[in-house]
Each structure stands twice: as C-alpha cells, then as structure tokens.
Design a protein around this ligand. Structure first.
Ligand code: 13P
Length: 253
C-alpha cells in the first residue's frame, strides 16, 4: 500500500506570524483520528522552517518540507541554502524542480539531478516535480517531455535511492489557473510515469513510488482526483494557505 499524501506548497506566501498561525491550525486539525494514516506535508518558506518544525513537534503525521536547496554542500554561494542547513533544522522533504523554479530560475536537468542526490545524501526526501506547459500538450509532446524530465534528472540514481523519492506531476497549465486536469488526464499521465519507472527500475519499485498530482487541487475536486488508481495524493498550492481547506483536501482519500 502506497502512502496517501497531502502536501501543501505555500510558495512565497505568509509572514512569519501568518505562517506560524497556519501551521498551528494544520497541526491541530491533523490530530483528527480520520487523518492518522494520511501523510501531511507542509512546504514552507526557508525563513519559517525552524519555527514550524517546533510547532509540528511530536505530531506523527505532519512533516515539513523546504521549497528548494542548493546542489553544493557549502561554499561561496551568497543567498543560497544548503541541504546540510536544511537537515540541521530537521527538515523532512525538499521540493525540487517546481515549474516556477524551472521557468524563472532556469534550473537545468543536470542541476536538478545534483540537487536530488544531495537531498538524498542528507537523509531527506525529494519531492520531484515534473509537468508540461500547455503548448507542449497541444503538440502532443507531453509524455515525451515528462519522460525526459524524469530520466534526465533521476535515472542516474541507483534503485535504493530512487525508491525514496516522491514524484509530483504538475501540469503547468493547471497551476494557479483554476483549470484542473481532468481525472482521466491525471490518471493517464500518472500511469505513464509509473510505466516509465517500471521500464527503468522494475515493477516493484514503480509500485512503491508515490505520485502526487498538483495544479488547482481544491476541496471540491480532490476526491475524484485522489480516487484515480495511480494518483497517491496532491501537491497543493493556493488551497493550502487555508488550513480548513487544506485539511478537507487531506480528508479526500
Ligand atoms: P495551485 O494549487 O495553486 O494550482 O499550485 C499548485 C502548485 O504549484 C503546487 O506546487
């Protein structure tokens, strides 16, 4: 049985006070018995990590993620944050390769491969994002692109490392647009991703990897998306900034 995962990506939102309030609400609501076997992840700004980690305390179903990290261990990289720093704060997961980082910061396949390796080497879980823009889908090149995103950055990993990864399929045209992929579109791509992993690492590993869907997930559409056989949960942006809405999504399995 794969984990059921609801991951909130706060992106560059909330002041520290707002973030601590939101995290406290999420942690409190996550104590509900109905969520005991759901993995809840909150991916917060770097500035909030230490304080949010304390708020999570001993909660067993809430985990903390960073939204990026640098690919080098340390050095003269002014303004950057290393995996060592994140690990020292008790960070559990790191979102890598979000489409906003690929687009605005020109993150390359090679950099994302190196970031994935360094996150794994620091005993944290990469949440590796992939997904196509609208024009790529319209050209029917979306399967090839997602395969390339995965194989170029991840397929150099050995199986023992690869199996620790969480994948998030986030079609760029669905992010922050209110346009969600249909259940059929999500299932079709998630199935394709699992097949692609099967070809490289075999069926047993492919069946262990959680694949999350991201892109305008809301309390009103989460249930049908999460009921798709290859959709193991969501990576939620805007709707994760409201604790009740986010928890409603986490209850949608
Ligand atoms: P939205 O849920 O706001 O569409 O964002 C999705 C996302 O980018 C999560 O990483």
């Amino acid at each position: 049985m794969r984990k059921k995962i609801a991951a909130g990506n706060w992106k560059m939102n909330t002041t520290l006070d707002e973030g601590l309030k939101l995290a406290s609400e999420v942690v409190h609501m996550a104590k509900d018995e109905s969520l005991s076997d759901t993995t809840i992840i909150i991916s917060v700004p770097f500035t909030h990590l230490g304080s949010v980690k304390k708020i999570i305390g001993s909660a067993t179903n809430v985990f903390i993620a960073a939204q990026n990290c640098h690919q080098e261990v340390s050095g003269a990289y002014t303004g950057e944050i290393s995996a060592t720093m994140l690990q020292s704060l008790g960070v559990d997961c790191v979102v890598l390769g979000h489409s906003e980082r690929r687009e605005y910061y020109k993150e390359t396949y090679a950099e994302l491969g190196a970031k994935t390796q360094i996150v794994l080497a620091h005993q944290m879980t990469p949440i590796f994002c992939c997904g196509e823009k609208l024009d790529t889908r319209e050209e029917n090149a979306h399967f090839n692109l997602v395969k390339e995103q995965l194989s170029s950055s991840l397929f150099q990993l050995d199986a023992a490392d690869f199996v620790k990864i969480i994948i998030a399929y986030e079609p760029v045209w669905a992010i922050g647009t209110g346009v969600t992929a249909s259940d059929e579109q999500a299932q079709e791509m998630h199935h394709f991703i699992r097949e692609t992993i099967t070809e490289k690492y075999g069926e047993s590993i492919a069946h262990q990897i959680p694949i999350l869907y991201g892109g305008s997930v809301k309390p009103t559409n989460a249930q049908t998306l999460f009921s798709c056989p290859d959709v193991d949960g969501g990576l939620i942006g805007g709707a994760s900034l409201d604790a009740q809405g986010f928890i409603d999504i986490a209850r949608s399995f």
